[in-house]
Design a protein around this ligand. Structure first.
Ligand SMILES: [Mg+2]
Length: 153
């Protein structure tokens, strides 16, 4: 699973350390940061398959604002929200804005892995759809596609 990359964003350092270590043990390429600002900075440099975002973090940017910014920066990256019972409403709002799903804290590692798997699968299917559409476009209008590709270089 080395080709999957995940970013975990949570202000609780113990949780972040534990989850990061357990994912790395499974050979999942995992980064962990403690604020939305750090996460967004990292997303400017690297592409992640899945971001796991704690919706309640002290100070700075709130969870929904961070989610909006993440989806703007990397629309194909799936975002799983971490939420407490008190902020389920916020997570529902987040899902309307494009978050893949949410997990209630405290999170069981098994549940975390299942959700992560689903998010990877969704991203993979989405990317396959885009590839297929590109191929179809190539078959229908070979000139146009080649021309566009050239422009992007
Ligand atoms: Mg928190």
């Amino acid at each position: 699973m080395d080709y999957f990359s995940i970013l975990v964003v949570d202000d609780e350092v113990d949780f972040l350390d534990t989850i990061t270590k357990r994912l790395q043990k499974r050979n999942i390429n995992t980064s962990g940061v403690t604020s939305a600002e750090e996460a967004l900075k990292l997303m400017d440099k690297r592409l992640f398959d899945v971001v796991v975002l704690d919706i309640k973090m002290p100070g700075g940017m709130d969870g929904i604002e961070a989610l909006r910014e993440m989806k703007r920066k990397a629309p194909l990256t799936e975002v799983i929200l971490l939420t407490g019972h008190a902020s389920v409403e916020t997570s529902i709002e987040g899902m309307k804005l494009g978050a893949f799903d949410y997990l209630l804290k405290p999170v069981k590692f098994e549940d975390f892995m299942v959700k992560l798997g689903e998010a990877f699968e969704k991203k993979d299917q989405h990317e396959q759809k885009i590839r297929k559409a590109k191929i179809q476009e190539l078959i229908r209008h070979p000139g146009r596609v080649f021309h566009q590709d050239k422009d992007q270089e």
